[in-house]
Design a protein around this ligand. Structure first.
Ligand code: UDP
Ligand code: MG
Length: 316
């Protein structure tokens, strides 16, 4: 059994050598043949040079380098396409995914699991963040067709058939968390203690990115927000009809007067806002269609030490 490691790297020159050392230590301990596939996602800090150097001294090192920064999703996709192993482990290069867990992942894989998921707990995270995450996952699991879990990220082992399944999903807008859940197969999950990012390192999860990611999760997997627009529209129509009858009856019983300036303004602004929100939802879907129809590649390669024909292409 051969193991492939897929490691997306974006500006990781400071940790890459340390990471590789820790990883190699764990991998040799497993006693299985392996390859480590680093995907340089358009780093500007010399990560590529560091990888080339690693590859020169360690023959298990493969690298792919993008022409610019295409994002972690694209880097993972490239890694999965080129990974040749019977099982693939995806992990971050910044040492937030402890290499010590690989042995345990392999044990579970050998027990027959196709996805072995390492789930980060939230020790040390601010309480507000934890609370927001809990609310979000509650909401998304109520709405989306696939179940998503807090703390479950990209750190996992995938069997060959799970990888092949993922490669069949060729969408441009990739929301891995959902894709992993979508493919199914036997999965097992274990928890590990949250590893804090290096203090000098800014997380890529700014508030704005979190919101965008959250919207992706809601919108990438179904058309329920569109359906919700229909329900809200129906509800409002019913309210309007009820109100109209009430006004009519009141006019017949007590004569006609001209009440309701506040009601009028509230109705106009409220409905206007609601319509904008619904338009936005529709716009989001159209935007996605727009990107999908262009059928652009997810990334462009600049440099690699791999044979380009070793790439696994599934979807048309
Ligand atoms: N990464 C990448 N492309 C990007 C951003 C990040 O390949 O555009 C890699 C990065 O090098 C790291 C992993 O994805 O190995 C996770 O990134 P980061 O630590 O910034 O994210 P976080 O841990 O905050 O989720
Ligand atoms: Mg990190």
């Amino acid at each position: 059994m051969r193991l492939s490691l897929v490691v997306p790297c974006y500006n990781e020159v400071e940790v890459i050598a340390r990471f590789h050392q820790a990883l190699t230590h764990e991998l040799t301990a497993t006693g299985r043949p392996y390859e480590v596939l680093y995907v340089d996602d358009g780093s500007t800090d010399g990560t590529l040079e560091a990888l080339v150097e690693l590859a020169a001294t360690d023959e298990s090192v493969r690298y792919l380098s993008f022409s610019r920064n295409f994002g972690k999703e694209a880097a993972m996709l490239a890694g999965l396409r080129y990974a040749g192993g019977d099982a693939v482990v995806i992990m971050d290069a910044d040492l937030q995914h402890p290499p010590e867990l690989i042995g345990r992942m392999l044990t579970e894989y050998e027990r027959g699991f196709d996805q072995v998921i390492a789930r980060r707990n939230r020790t040390g995270d601010p309480a507000t963040r934890t609370l927001a995450a809990r609310a979000y996952y509650w909401l998304i699991n109520k709405w989306a067709d696939v179940e998503l879990m807090d703390g479950v990220g990209d750190f996992r082992l995938l069997s060959r058939r799970a990888v092949d399944g993922l490669l069949e999903l060729n969408e441009y807008n990739r929301f891995s968390k959902g894709l992993f859940a979508w493919i199914g197969f036997e999965s097992i999950l274990f928890e590990y203690d949250n590893v804090k990012a290096a203090p000098d390192r800014k997380s890529r999860w700014t508030f704005r990115r979190l919101v965008e990611y959250g919207l992706d999760g809601l919108l990438s997997f179904n058309n329920k927000p569109l359906r919700m627009a229909i329900y809200v529209g129906l509800l409002l129509t019913a309210v309007a009809a009820g109100y109209a009858i009430w006004v009519l009856v009141a006019a017949l019983l007590h004569g006609v007067d001209m009440p309701g300036y506040v009601t009028l303004i509230a109705a106009i602004t409220g409905l206007g806002g609601l319509q904008m929100v619904m338009l936005g939802v529709i716009g989001e879907y159209i935007g996605r269609i727009y990107y999908e129809t262009k059928k652009r590649p997810h990334y462009l390669l600049k440099q690699t030490n791999m044979d380009p024909s070793s790439r696994v292409e599934k979807a048309p």
